[in-house]
Write a protein that binds this ligand. Structure first.
Ligand SMILES: [Zn+2]
Length: 368
């Protein structure tokens, strides 16, 4: 079995100075890390063979800031892998990942979340691809030069922009995967129309089970599967369970705000206390069980079978985790739950990572 996580925000923690060679301490007050979910020892404990580290940039950055930030994050990932040669290795193809696994190494792939760093320049897209970026999530929380976001206040393009069409064509040519997570419904349908290759949703759940614009409708899941793509279920409790999401929405805003202030001045005891209080308030709300993740997997399977679903945790990019799956060290719980629900071993292998690697292989084969 190759267990793959197609999306996490670990580079953000690396940029804050986390050392992935040792288990990064949990907890709010000690150390510099309010919460971390990923490091190499815990990936090993969870039986994880590969993980996509997201090169994430905020839509709030200027184009030049976004490009610089992307280079900074890529460089941090290179450093973390280089410092841990007995634990991890970079990978850009499924064949490389399988080779790494045979040698006992965890594969670190690069995905880019938000196309802002490529500005309006396809040569930057080609350079990021050469640096190892194998998928691009077209945008994030807001519209960009490529397309509209599902959480944009107002659509800027009504879907994919004319430049976005060029980006998709170039990605098809390069063998890069187009990621539809975060994009608007209209953008989704445009991507399906314009992409010649199958596409992925690197970290998205089912809207039928949790009505949120970040999640995919049944119609979208069916269309994505018909095109040969894959839906990688997100672990974020607010995308798994609508009632929980509504309960914590204001608490999450307060926690984010407290954390941003504290990061600006980590030695200030008042800011530290405020953050601690915000974290405690958020954690006091009961979180949905990790079994909800498997409910979303079941739903995709009922719609389109076992060949179009996988796992995209969003660890290190989420404020809370499902109950029972607080970090990547507990990933085997999903496998155990799939077995409990009667999935055959062959099918579990597809879900755990086989499906994603198959799509990746196909996209790369279609490259010109
Ligand atoms: Zn995301």
């Amino acid at each position: 079995m190759f267990l793959l996580d197609s999306h996490c925000d670990a580079p953000l923690m690396l940029a804050k100075g986390a050392d992935f060679g040792r288990r990064v301490e949990q907890g709010c007050t000690p150390g510099r890390f309010p919460v971390t979910h990923v490091d190499f020892p815990r990936m090993k404990k969870g039986g994880v063979n590969g993980s996509f580290f997201a090169i994430y940039t905020s839509n709030a950055l200027s184009p030049d800031q976004a490009t610089r930030r992307a280079f900074e994050l890529i460089s941090k990932v290179y450093d973390a892998v280089e410092q841990n040669p007995s634990r991890a290795a970079l990978a850009t193809t499924p064949a490389q990942a399988r080779y790494n696994a045979r040698n006992g190494l965890i594969s670190i792939f690069l995905g880019m979340e938000n196309g802002a760093p490529i500005q309006r320049d396809l040569s930057l897209l080609r350079m990021f691809n050469r640096l190892g970026v194998t998928y691009l999530t077209l945008t994030h929380a807001r519209s960009n030069e490529i397309c509209d976001s599902c959480t944009s206040s107002e659509p800027r393009w009504g879907g994919v922009s004319p430049f976005g069409r060029e980006v998709i064509a170039e990605m098809n040519r390069l063998g890069m995967m187009v990621d539809v997570s975060h994009i608007s419904d209209a953008s989704f349908w445009d991507v399906l129309k314009y992409s010649k290759a199958p596409v992925i949703a690197s970290h998205s759940c089912c809207r039928a089970l949790c009505d949120h614009p970040r999640n995919l409708t049944d119609e979208m899941i069916v269309a994505l599967a018909e095109k040969g793509g894959v839906v990688q279920v997100n672990f974020y409790p607010s995308f798994l369970d609508k009632a929980y999401g509504e309960k914590v929405s204001a608490l999450i805003d307060a926690e984010e705000d407290a954390q941003a202030q504290w990061l600006g001045n980590p030695s200030d005891p008042v800011l530290q206390q405020r953050l601690q209080a915000a974290v405690t308030a958020l954690n006091a709300v009961p979180r949905p069980s990790y079994r909800k993740i498997v409910d979303h997997i079941d739903h995709v399977v009922r719609l389109v079978g076992v060949k179009h679903v996988g796992l995209g945790s969003d660890f290190d990019g989420i404020e809370t985790c499902p109950d029972g799956l607080e970090d990547i060290g507990k990933m085997q719980r999903i496998i155990i739950e799939l077995r409990k629900r009667g999935y055959a071993e062959q099918d579990i292998r597809h879900i755990a990572g086989g499906n994603f690697l198959r799509v990746m292989e196909q996209v790369q084969r279609l490259a010109e």
